[in-house]
Each structure stands twice: as C-alpha cells, then as structure tokens.
Design a binder for this molecule. Structure first.
Ligand code: 3VV
Length: 184
C-alpha cells in the first residue's frame, strides 16, 4: 500500500483490542443506518454490504460487482470500489462502539475488477491515537486468497453523536439509535 504520512500511525498509536461485550468471533455486523448507500438494507440502489468480524478487531465482507457498478463497459467504477472500501472500513471502526467519520481515504487500484467479480474485502486497524484511527483495507478477486485488486488506507476521526444530529437528520438517528443521547 502506498500510504501517505497522513494515514500512517504515529509512534504513540495503540492497537485496538476486542471490546468486552463486543461481537463474538464470527458475528455478523448489522447496518449502522438503513438508508446508508454502503450498507443500508432499505437503500434501493446501494451496495448492501454486510460484514463479519472473525476476531473483534478486523472485518471481512464480500461485494459482488454488478452492471450498476460499471465505469468502463464490463468493469467496476473506481469510485464505487472506493465506496466499498470506505464502507468496510466504516464497519470496522463501528466495532469500537464510538462514532467515527472518514477524514481521508487513499486508494490504490492494482487490477481491473470485471462485472460479476466477488470482491473479498478485509479491513483492519493499524493504530489509534486520540480521536484518530488509522485504518487499512484490501479487496481480493474471487476468493480471500485471490489477487489484490484494490487497497485503501484511511484516517477516521472520532466525533460525538451531535455531529450527525447537527449536520444530518436528527430524527432518523432517534428512530434507529435509541441507545444514543442525541441532545444531552
Ligand atoms: C440514522 C442513524 C445514523 C447514526 C449514525 C451512527 C453513527 C455512525 C457511526 C459510524 C458511521 C460509519 C459510516 C460509514 C460510512 C463511511 C464513512 C463515511 O463516509 S463518513 C462521511 C464522510 N466524511 C465526512 O463527512 C467528514 C467531514 N469532515 C468533518 O466533519 C470534519 O473535518 C472532521 C470531524 C473529520 C474533523 O473536524 P473537527 O473539527 O472535529 O477536528 P479537526 O481539529 O479539524 O481534526 C481533528 C484532527 O484530525 C486531523 N484531520 C482532520 N481532517 C484530516 C484530513 N483530511 N487529513 C489528515 N488529518 C486530518 C486534524 O489535523 C486534527 O489533527 P490534530 O488533532 O490537530 O493533530
């Protein structure tokens, strides 16, 4: 991965550990929002990604590239692949049970991804420092051991739930996330 300094963890960064009470190894991770383009089950044209965590600190997911995802004829659009990487990384930080948003996303495209491909994605955390989480993901063609077609490195920043309430749709948060205090 060609990472910039901005997505490389500093020396004081610590690796995350599985959280007590977090998902058991092998658990499927639910969508963070039903209307999300990446994971929402109610989105009419979204990617509808679901992920599994094998160990509480990494996630794996598959994405089947369809005709709706083309850039060149018969090939996946790079922006769609970046979206899939952003989403699988977002699913990973959701494991840590604090809200984060993407501040920076870097993507390397190593091979074209034909329509019909099942992209096997994996995401992991390289370190956390204060509000910053340094994350990485890869997408492999056809199987978990297949050739790497896309790699991503990201900096996610922890925010409060008020970030979503102030800038987005507070009622939707209340409707779907009753456990959060949106206006404490
Ligand atoms: C209905 C229910 C819904 C409920 C939702 C439940 C919770 C959801 C939970 C999980 C969601 C998962 C979602 C997955 C989907 C994929 C993820 C996305 O697509 S997210 C959307 C795209 N991203 C944005 O819209 C961010 C827009 N940007 C911002 O809002 C701000 O810029 C923000 C919050 C990122 C930072 O702003 P500041 O004011 O809080 O903080 P400052 O001081 O600017 O930055 C903090 C540190 O980070 C560095 N930083 C910030 N941006 C950087 C950048 N682009 N590159 C490098 N460093 C950066 C700064 O230099 C600073 O570093 P120093 O503390 O001084 O060392």
């Amino acid at each position: 991965m060609t990472r910039s300094a901005l997505t490389t963890p500093p020396p004081d960064a610590v690796l995350p550990r599985p959280l007590p009470g977090g998902p058991a190894p092998g658990a499927t991770l639910g969508s963070h929002y039903s209307g999300c383009f990446g994971c929402g089950e109610d989105h009419p044209t979204g990617l509808r990604l679901t992920a599994v965590t094998p160990d509480g600190v990494t996630v794996v997911a598959t994405f089947t590239v369809g005709t709706a995802h083309q850039g060149a004829p018969g090939l996946a659009h790079g922006g769609v692949l970046a979206t899939a990487m952003d989403e699988v990384i977002g699913m990973l930080v959701w494991l840590f049970q604090r809200p984060y948003v993407t501040a920076r996303l870097e993507t390397d495209y190593l091979a074209p991804v034909p329509v019909g491909t099942v992209l096997h994605m994996r995401a992991w955390c390289n370190g956390m420092s204060g509000r910053k989480a340094y994350l990485e993901a890869e997408g492999r063609i056809g199987s978990p051991d297949g050739p790497v077609a896309v790699r991503a490195a990201a900096l996610f920043i922890e925010v409060g739930m008020e970030h979503f309430a102030e800038h987005g749709d507070a009622q939707a948060i209340i409707d779907e996330h009753h456990e959060y205090e949106v206006n404490p």
